[in-house]
Design a binder for this molecule. Structure first.
Ligand SMILES: Nc1ncnc2c1ncn2[C@@H]1O[C@H](COP(=O)(O)OP(=O)(O)OP(=O)(O)O)[C@@H](O)[C@H]1O
Ligand SMILES: [Mg+2]
Length: 415
């Protein structure tokens, strides 16, 4: 029996990776043998239009990059999951409810070394009818400086649900704190102790059970923050960072996320890991983009081929049982990692990739040398950079992708 599974790309401004994804899947033309079933795949882009709630979704899997801010599509995706059994990367219900603050609380509950963090009521409010009486009745006066001193400097004042570095201030003194808080307006803010001095800053990017740990330089220009570097963590650290990001992702039901961690005195402190629509652009990820595109292709085809059900009830008890035991942190993390890999069906996934997607590496290697891939990089750079820099930066990112091809060819030759 032959079945066709449909994968939808739900997109906003994303320009480069969707084209890479579509071109590579087209060239690969994957056909999966799942028991007695032969599975083929079609990919298209989800459009925005009115829908009746009873109108069945035609998609088996949706790779979503839009619905964290675009509500028509968010509600369509939620109804498709509930009514039609569509599998969506990432779970829109948990994105909606689990912002940065909840993610800190949850991972502190599991014992992860999140730096000391306080929630501070906002400096100003939008006027609403019950505001005055509520604040007069219940809002306590507080001494911000005393909280800042207690946490210790340096620290960061940043939105409790933040993203894209908006409203993030580094605080070195009580005066800085007072000024930054006064400027924070109606935003609800966290005050968080800096994980400093750190000797390594990494982002662990994960898609399903696949993890790529990338060195990161927050002080560099935007196009140069993700580093091309090798062997900057040892095997144990790599395992720990993988366990950490997969624990976070399965705890929240996210398939695709990035976890920022800073190493201080040998301990990795996660500081920002509610990023369920992480940067996927060639203008930031350059060398690392082929890895990401392959990871998305593998995981979405696997989810489609196996008819993977969404886990709608996040089921935290299993994690809490481990966190409530008296095992040391590293052992707990290993156990969380086992739950994560089981929930992500990682053994079956590895076998699927080995048996059904054996050509993906070589197809991808060849594709990223093609004129079409270069044109796509050029188009993306054209959208992001001033016109006099477009050629220079196209060459820059293309050069880094060609360097990836060299390392990849060596890897495949050695494999
Ligand atoms: N506790 C901390 N210790 C050290 N550095 C921090 C800390 N919190 C924030 N920073 C610095 O500030 C940057 C922005 O903070 P954070 O990542 O929390 O905000 P964001 O708005 O979610 O950023 P994005 O989503 O773009 O990564 C971090 O990449 C890091 O360089
Ligand atoms: Mg961040």
């Amino acid at each position: 029996m032959t079945t066709t599974r449909k994968i939808g790309l739900s997109l906003g401004a994303d320009l480069c990776w969707p084209t890479f994804y579509e071109d590579i899947v087209e060239q690969l033309d994957p056909v999966a043998t799942m028991g007695s079933e032969t599975v083929r795949f079609v990919v298209d882009r989800v459009t925005i239009e009115p829908y009746a709630l009873h109108q069945e979704s035609s998609y088996d899997v949706v790779l979503d990059r839009l619905t964290h801010w675009y509500h028509t599509s968010r509600e369509w995706i939620k109804k498709s999951i509930i009514m039609d059994g569509t599998y969506v990367l990432n779970n829109p219900f948990s994105i909606q409810s689990m912002e940065k603050h909840t993610s800190y609380a949850a991972m502190m509950r599991l014992g992860l070394p999140v730096p000391e963090t306080w929630m501070i009521p906002p400096k100003h409010y939008e006027a609403t009818s019950d505001l005055q009486i509520t604040l007069e009745s219940y809002a306590q006066m507080f001494d911000l400086k005393a909280i800042g001193d207690q946490i210790g400097y340096p620290q960061f004042l940043k939105p409790f649900d933040g993203g894209a570095w908006v409203g993030v201030s580094r605080i070195d003194t009580a005066n800085d704190l007072e000024r930054a808080y006064n400027e924070s307006g109606v935003r609800l803010m966290h005050l968080q102790k800096a994980a400093e001095p750190f000797d390594l800053f990494v982002r662990a990017l994960a898609v399903g059970p696949q993890v790529n740990v990338i060195r990161y330089d927050p002080g560099a220009a935007l196009h140069d923050r993700y580093k091309v570097d090798f062997d900057f963590v040892d095997e144990d650290e790599l395992q720990l960072l993988s366990d950490m990001v997969l624990t976070i992702n399965t705890f929240f039901g996210w398939d695709f996320n990035s976890c920022e961690s800073l190493r201080v005195d040998g301990t990795f402190h996660p500081i920002d890991f509610a990023n369920p629509c992480p940067d996927s652009q060639v203008t930031s990820l350059h060398f690392h983009v082929p890895w990401l595109v392959k990871a998305k292709i593998r995981w979405s085809l696997f989810c489609a081929a196996t008819d993977r059900p969404m886990r709608l009830n996040l089921d935290w008890d299993e994690f809490f049982e481990i966190s409530d035991s008296d095992r040391p942190y590293r052992e707990k993390l290993t156990e969380y990692g086992k739950i994560a890999r089981r929930r992500l069906d990682s053994d079956r996934f590895d076998e699927f990739c080995a048996t059904q997607l054996a050509d993906l590496d070589t197809v991808t290697l060849e594709y990223f040398g093609s004129e079409k891939a270069r044109e796509t990089v050029h188009a993306k750079v054209g959208r992001m950079f001033p016109s006099h820099e477009v050629e220079q930066f196209t060459d820059h990112f293309w050069g880094l992708i060609q360097f990836w091809r060299k390392t990849e060819a060596d890897r495949l030759a050695g494999a």
